[in-house]
Write a protein that binds this ligand. Structure first.
Ligand code: M6R
Length: 363
């Protein structure tokens, strides 16, 4: 049942304020403490995290690396499961291995998990399907409470994965005492504020549709972001190529000069994801380099950011002001909507894109 929407993907995008609310309710106590299902985990016993996944779940892991390192000061390694499993990396003592999978049945991710058995101190998973193989074979499975996801292009599972991973990073920070009580409370209230902000972001649908119509003419699209916006740029590019079949690539903004700037000309739209945060000025200067070469910038930022840097851009999309740490969860929405409306404008099969399967259970 598409609930009145044209596609499951549209329905699942629209459900995000609700499912994020569910995920939060399942992990946050009334006092704002983070409660994990038993048998919990004490991050004082952990020196290192290894995060492994495929596709969109891999980008959720890349985002989580910033959180765990910045908030909980734990060194993090992130890898795609198909590389990890055959590289057979050494797993030092006191490593927590964490596997992220919507389906819980992805063959490479499951094989990577099995490789860690008997080596890692603890095996955790973040899954949408609690009775899946990956959930069953972990010491502790953290459900993301997204509800069934039908669209092949993952949307609500991604933001729910991010939400659970951020809560886990906050739990790690509180165990390890790396965040003041005030800062912790700040993060929790930012998480609690997300569903409302997401509803505001979804109201930008019209602006998104207009921009998408223009994007649908492009042959190549670049995505740029810094810090927490970098993994999200990767996810935005993946979404766009999966369902619109437009060639899309993402780079860390700082990498622009190291090669990709050679691609820029008046035919190439460049989606820049940049909330007005401490890295904003840097991203804006990269964006200006793109504009100087006639690249068409789509700037996704907040009102302050758009006021400061929105002049001369090809299109802009306004997001509400948001706490820096939760920004990737909110900015996932315009990334998804841009891909969705571009695919609709091109007339592709949004829910069943060619050559793709919802769950990749063979290598
Ligand atoms: O079920 P999983 O989360 O393990 O699936 C991983 C990827 O196959 C999946 O995220 C894929 O990249 C999606 N099509 C992304 O939209």
């Amino acid at each position: 049942d598409k609930g009145g929407h044209k596609h499951f993907m549209a329905k699942e995008i629209a459900e995000q304020p609700t499912v994020i609310g569910n995920a939060l309710a399942n992990y946050l106590t009334a006092e704002g403490h983070i409660a994990l299902p038993d048998p919990g985990v004490d991050f004082n016993d952990i020196d290192r995290l290894t995060l492994v996944a495929c596709g969109t779940a891999y980008y959720a892991c890349l985002t989580a690396k910033y959180w765990f390192e910045q908030i909980a000061r734990i060194p993090v390694e992130v890898d795609v499961a198909s590389e990890f499993r055959y590289r057979e990396p050494p797993i030092p003592d006191r490593t927590l291995a964490l596997f992220v999978s919507q389906s819980g049945e992805t063959a490479d991710t499951l094989a990577a998990l099995r490789y860690c058995e008997g080596k890692a101190a603890r095996i955790l998973s973040v899954v949408n399907v609690p009775e899946s193989s990956i959930a069953r074979e972990s010491d502790l499975a953290l459900p993301i409470h997204a509800g069934i996801e039908v669209g092949v292009a993952s949307t609500k599972a991604f933001t729910c994965q991010l939400t659970v991973l951020l809560m886990l990073a906050l739990k790690a920070a509180s165990d390890r005492g790396t965040l003041s009580a005030d800062a912790l409370a700040d993060h929790v209230s930012a998480l609690r504020g997300l569903p409302a902000l997401m509803s505001v972001a979804l109201e930008q649908n019209g602006a998104m549709q207009n921009t998408a119509r223009r994007l649908s003419e492009a042959r190549d699209v670049l995505f740029l972001g810094r810090g927490l916006m970098y993994p999200l740029a990767l996810e935005g590019a993946l979404k766009l190529k999966e369902i619109s079949y437009i060639h899309a690539e993402a780079y860390a903004s700082g990498e622009l000069k190291h090669g990709p700037i050679a691609l820029i000309d008046k035919h190439v739209p460049v989606v820049v994801m940049a909330p007005r945060d401490v890295l904003f000025e840097k991203t804006v200067s990269n964006m200006q380099e793109v504009m100087a070469r006639k690249g068409k910038v789509v700037l996704i930022s907040d009102s302050e950011g758009l006021k400061e840097a929105g002049e001369g851009v090809w299109a802009s999309i306004e997001m509400p002001q948001v706490h820096n740490a939760v920004a990737p969860i909110l900015y996932a929405l315009p990334a998804q909507l841009l891909a969705y409306h571009t695919a609709v404008a091109k007339g592709t099969d949004v829910d069943q894109p060619r050559n793709l399967a919802k769950s990749v259970t063979v290598e």
